[in-house]
Design a protein around this ligand. Sequence first.
Ligand code: NAD
Length: 384
Amino acid sequence: MNKFHYTSYNQEVIFGAGSLAHLSEVVDRFQWGRLMLLTGGSARRNGRVAQIEAALGPRLVATYDRVQPHVPDFQVAEAAALAIKNDIDALIGMGGGSPIGMAKAVSSALEEKHLGGQSHAASPRGSPLVPILAIPTTYAGSEMTTVFGVTHHNGGTAHKITATDARVTPRSVLYDPLLTLDLPPEMTATTGINALAHCIEALYSITRNPLSTAAALSGVRHIANSLTRCYAAGDDLQARTEMMTGSYLAGTALAHVAMGLHHGLCHVLGGSAGVPHGIANSIVLPHAMRYNLDATAPELARAAEAMGISQESRSPDSAAQAAVQRVSELIRQMHLPMRLRDAGVNEADLPLLAQLAVGSRAVQSNPKPISDAAQMEAILRAAW
Ligand code: NAD
């Protein structure tokens, strides 16, 4: 890591149990007067939507509360139309990676709509027309990043396309561990493994830098310390707070580096095979680590150390292998599916999925090159 390139983003983070109470003051400070909330169905059922309505009063002018996983293109169009109809000036994405991704996709769609119009002239380069406030309730990490994916449904296979745009990075992020106390065990486990995967892929990323590495190592430590405690007792606020710290660090690392094989494969499995993102993460992570082991043993050995695995008289290879084993154990301990066949993926679809994955930008940035679809299919078959 003798050379690196680092970009920081204009973003505030407010972290702590009860931080949702700062929502109204944040909105006032940014002088947002007409907000739209994007969230999933569970937020209406568990009273979160009512909390936002109470905090914002008439400043909340629209709510789209049926965001589906993986940000389908037709929902982006619906939500953007609702935003235009209500002349909104800021978006709130509350929930997991899907509602936060939806907020980014809608902000981007509104920007596109205004491009060439009068309003664009008033928008200085680099600042979005419609900024985003993110309130994460899982550990997926999208709130910290410039990236969003939209699943397109035109013509045959659904296909998730990711885009990168610094303007859609949430301007303000409210991390409130209280909002995760009712995150069910399986979602806790899968989105927690998603956060761990961000740290692992940041550690061996070809574009890693000293800050991303520091964030990723600290993220691994916090996650290793708290994830199974959150899984076993969802209402353990101390464990939830530590886990959310880990997911913040993981998201921070993710935001500043190129991801690799793991990330690319999970996107294809989500967008084209309908596997929930966290489940895809749990199945793929040990396979991606194993594939990369010989090219990235020193980095995986650092992950092992951060997971508390003793390094005494171990070679980097042996420590890296111990890291893979520990991750597999963690996944097994939380009773998550470990094979693609158990997540509804058909064997007959593996060649097409391999083809799609090889074309992914993340796969092309993997530290150990993947030359063709046959090689990718072998990885998928091992995971099937
Ligand atoms: P999700 O947002 O799809 O949510 C899954 C389910 O969890 C939903 O049914 C939701 O209602 C429920 N849920 C969320 N919070 C809850 C809570 N506190 N209590 C009870 N139920 C709750 O899942 P996810 O794994 O968080 O996000 C996955 C999506 O995010 C994928 O589309 C993935 O590609 C994307 N993602 C993007 C980035 C990025 O940097 N852009 C990073 C990670 C993930």
